[in-house]
Design a protein around this ligand. Sequence first.
Ligand code: AMP
Length: 249
Amino acid sequence: MKVLVPVKRVIDYNIKARVKPDGSGVDLANVKMSMNPFGEIAVEEAVRLKEKGVVSEIVVVSIGPLQAQETIRTALAMGADRGILIQTEETVEPLSVAKLLRAVALEERPDIAILGKQAIDDDANQTGQMLAAMLDWPQATFASKLDIADGKAEVMREIDGGLQTISVELPAVITTDLRLNEPRYASLPNIMKAKRKPIDMKTPDDYGVALDIRLEQITVAEPPKREAGVIVDSVAALVDKLKNEAGVI
Ligand code: AMP
């Protein structure tokens, strides 16, 4: 069984994003970049399926600049077998990502595509859903548990007020939620081994996909600064503030 795992290179989740002074976007100059955390969870899940003997090959794909090779190498060091970099310096919106992933899926014929539920830079939460629609595959989004057996994937999903378990026929698209697993750190020997694993270099043109821009980003702003709190000396004072200052009761 083959798994396709798309991973995005994003601003590291530990970094506090700085907005450019003109509000045109987030300043990425000299900022640490890493694999999208939900992508790490997707790679980890694929590696666990391989360790269980369910999966025989894990192909990782990233769409982005040349440096996204490092992201792919990280996945290879975690246990993926080979990578594909679709290299572009352009902005790639989720619809174009989904079109490229569809083309890769048609070439590679995986049994499962495991994506992150969202990329933490744009928080789009669209790619997996669009990919499933374009391939006409079932989708199980926000997976917090995954079992594969008899040509089906059983997926537990955290939903409002409880847990839902669904079953989908393979091939299918799965997207990962935070609680699916805890990704491993690659060991030094595995980092060394990953250097010898192959990465195919491609471009969007190789797949005949134009990177159309459909969204215009109007402005990006920092969240409002939190103001200092106050300590009230009685319940009556708290109620008074909630009623007359915050206006919430
Ligand atoms: P999004 O819909 O942008 O929030 O992204 C959801 C998931 O789609 C990510 O967790 C990745 O698995 C995949 N994805 C999005 N953008 C890319 C990209 N540029 N390269 C590879 N995978 C991507």
